[in-house]
Design a protein around this ligand. Structure first.
Ligand code: HPA
Length: 291
């Protein structure tokens, strides 16, 4: 497949899913997309089968050196899972159909729950670096500009033409995550808020940050929303978690500058907590119940 095909046929997703099902005995009910600096989540899996993206038929893969990604199948606390180690970003030049290709494959594999993680800038002034924000809703800025992965002909085998998004983030999974954070004594840095996606790759200007604050965004990043839109279209339940890696700059007198090294550094610092939280939540998920 070309890495920037604008739309895909049902049969293409199916071919990928069927190939994976014949190459692993794992039948995942949970898929986890590991955000920037959070790839370590996949290390928790046992009885692993690992597929580099380039070896999976029709799966998108990066042609850029050093950006290898892989799908990791295995068990996490006794639950069969698949992890995406390395996601596709719009700012890399992939269109939204390509960015979300893996989500439809997960659906065809039998996945019921999608856990998305990302690194994000804190807009809410009460957030601290290292906080973990449970995503309660999102603002799809690229969608306003026509970059919605569901644009184009609707494939009814995945979902309806006009899917609801007012219930995008599953309330019972969020509640379960809150309770789990309490049990793990990490609820003091668990936040709850609205994630705003911008296309990137530039970090925000000061005026843009002020605007996002006014719009009610609590965190800003460059991913996640397309995958969530496609997941909801095909009926997956979604849990979203943002690791706040920096505070956005919204003051003209500030000497701070957003930079990617800081994002990676905080990702490394809090990745263990996030891993714990996600694995305990996965342990409690039941594909056929509200959890
Ligand atoms: N802005 C956008 N994306 C990000 C940021 C940010 O400040 N931090 C991590 N991802």
């Amino acid at each position: 497949m070309s890495s920037s095909q604008c739309s895909y046929m049902y049969e293409e997703y199916k071919e990928t899913a069927d190939w994976l099902l014949t190459h692993t005995d794992i039948r995942p009910k949970v898929a986890i997309i590991c955000g920037t600096g959070l790839g370590g989540l996949a290390d928790l899996l046992v009885n692993k089968t690992v597929f580099p993206y380039k070896d999976i038929p029709r799966f998108p893969h990066s042609t850029v050196e050093g950006h290898a990604g892989q799908l990791v199948f295995g068990e996490l606390k006794g639950k069969q899972c698949v992890c995406m180690q390395g996601r596709f970003h719009f700012y890399e030049g992939y269109n939204t159909a390509t960015v979300t290709y893996p989500v439809r494959v997960f659906y065809l594999l039998g996945v019921k729950t999608l856990i998305v993680t990302n690194a994000a800038g804190g807009i809410n002034p009460s957030f601290k670096i290292g906080d973990i924000m449970l995503i309660k809703d999102h603002i799809n800025f690229p969608g306003f500009a026509g970059q919605n992965p569901l644009c184009g002909q609707n494939e009814e085998r995945f979902g309806v033409r006009f899917p609801c998004m007012s219930d995008a983030y599953d309330k019972s999974l969020a509640q379960l995550t809150k309770e789990t954070a309490k049990e793990l004594c990490c609820n003091s840095f668990l936040q709850h808020g609205v994630y705003c996606m911008l296309a990137g790759p530039t970090f925000e200007t000061i005026a843009e940050c002020k605007m996002l604050q006014l719009l009610g965004a609590d965190a800003v990043g460059m991913s996640t929303v397309p995958e969530v839109v496609v997941a909801r279209h095909c009926g997956l339940r979604v849990l979203g978690l943002s690791l706040i890696t920096n505070q956005v700059v919204s003051d003209y007198d500030s000497e701070d500058h957003a930079n990617h090294d800081e994002v990676l550094e905080i990702g490394r610092m809090r990745t263990d907590v996030l891993k714990e939280l996600v694995s305990h939540v996965v342990a409690k998920t039941e594909p056929n119940s509200q959890l």
